[in-house]
Write a protein that binds this ligand. Structure first.
Ligand SMILES: [Zn+2]
Length: 390
């Protein structure tokens, strides 16, 4: 028999269920939430909370759903400090970019890769992330891609096959042969370990026709598509994502009106990754334009050693509010319910009866402080599947 716990004396409870409270966040003040086993059993005002086995006093702080980081690249070895330092110092730097990480990742043992992955997962947990997606993409051989996915699948259900991150350096003279590998033997080896297939659709990576071939092959193998789209330049990625009913088009920094219209008409979520623009001093994605068009927006870290080495969803929330035109409420929604939508999940990203009991206790009276107090470690408690982990 499972035991029940009430968390009470919550100044602001974010449920993301408009039927439970105010606005899109379903805000309840002077609230309580009841956990039964690994699920949310009840949410409402504290004076109406049902009897439970255990009681936690939130001390007048805020509680919200655990963050859903729907886009990260955490199976890798090495880092790219010198590259970042040169970029931010205005110096030319001609080392290998992603290829540097590919070489380090191939050279690492399983134990080294998993220790690195676990380290970043704990780092993310301390900042309130209770669900994360992560990708392969630094192996680029049949063996190394399958290995990355196998390791990731020990830690999350949201595993993405990204053999099409860049054309493998081993196939620099024959990209078509690499696409054949990604859609052939590599797909066969990787599909059993993954839920998703992704492609970096960009000049210098894979064009629209290659991306379509890769995602179509992935769908035939039972994987669901998502796309790195329109990050560095305008291109076909976003409209291809909608056409293939991808769960998410990720980055969405360079969008035409037709791209925005396509997203608004389809079921594909636009996942914005401001850590990447921050870390490369690039143009911000225009969240306001997407939201005003009715597009569902998710906010994630893109945590990776090259272009966005942050595991902090609160940092991304602060950037989205400061620089991308999002309100604090919208940014918090996008980092919780939005991330869940980008993973086509209804059991996370909300604190509503039946949802998974993934909660964050903030050392602040309201969720707005996530943007109002940037850079401050506000996460004071984390429950995952009903168990307090922090
Ligand atoms: Zn990415």
């Amino acid at each position: 028999m499972s035991s029940s716990t009430v968390i009470t004396n919550i100044a602001t409870l974010v449920t993301n269920d408009p039927s439970l409270g105010d606005g899109p966040l379903g805000l309840i003040h002077d609230a309580a939430v009841v956990i039964d086993g690994d699920r949310i059993a009840w949410a409402g005002t504290a004076d109406r909370a049902p009897a439970t086995d255990h009681r936690v006093d939130a001390g007048g702080l805020a509680v919200l759903p655990g963050f859903v980081d729907s886009h990260s690249h955490l199976v890798f070895a090495g880092d790219r400090t010198a590259e970042f330092n040169a970029r931010m110092s205005g110096r030319a730097y001609s080392a290998g970019g992603i290829r540097t990480t590919v070489a380090a990742t191939r050279a690492a043992t399983d134990g080294e890769l998993e220790a690195n992955l676990t380290r970043y997962l704990h780092e993310a947990l301390r900042q309130g992330t209770t669900t994360f997606e992560t990708k392969s993409g630094y192996g680029l051989t049949v063996e190394d891609e399958a290995r990355a996915l196998r390791l990731a699948a020990r830690h999350t259900d949201e595993v993405t096959y990204l053999g099409a991150h860049i054309v493998s350096p081993d196939y620099a003279d024959d990209p078509a042969a690499y696409v054949d590998l990604v859609t052939g033997d590599m797909l066969t080896a990787c599909a059993p370990h993954a839920r998703w297939i992704d492609v970096f659709c960009e000049k210098g990576a894979f064009d629209g026709d290659q991306a379509r071939a890769i995602l179509t092959a992935g769908k035939a193998a039972g994987l669901h598509p998502r796309i790195h789209a329109n990050q560095l330049s305008y291109g076909p990625g976003v409209q291809l994502a909608v056409e293939l009913d991808a769960a998410s088009a990720d980055h969405c920094t360079h969008l035409t009106d037709a791209d925005v219209d396509a997203l608004a008409a389809g079921d594909t979520v636009a996942t914005l990754l401001p850590g990447a623009e921050f870390s490369t001093r690039a143009q911000w994605p225009d969240a306001r334009r997407l939201l005003d068009a009715g597009v569902t927006v998710a906010l994630s870290t893109d945590c990776n050693p090259g272009s966005s080495f942050t595991s902090s969803v609160p940092f991304c929330i602060a950037l989205a509010v400061r620089d991308m035109g999002m309100t604090p409420d919208e940014a918090v929604w996008s980092a919780t319910a939005g991330g869940a939508a980008a993973l086509r999940r209804t059991d996370i990203g909300r604190l509503t009866p039946g949802a998974r009991a993934d909660l964050v206790l903030l050392d602040a009276p309201s969720h707005v402080h996530l943007a109002y107090r940037p850079g401050v470690p506000l996460v004071a408690g984390v429950w995952r599947r009903g168990t307090r982990e922090l």
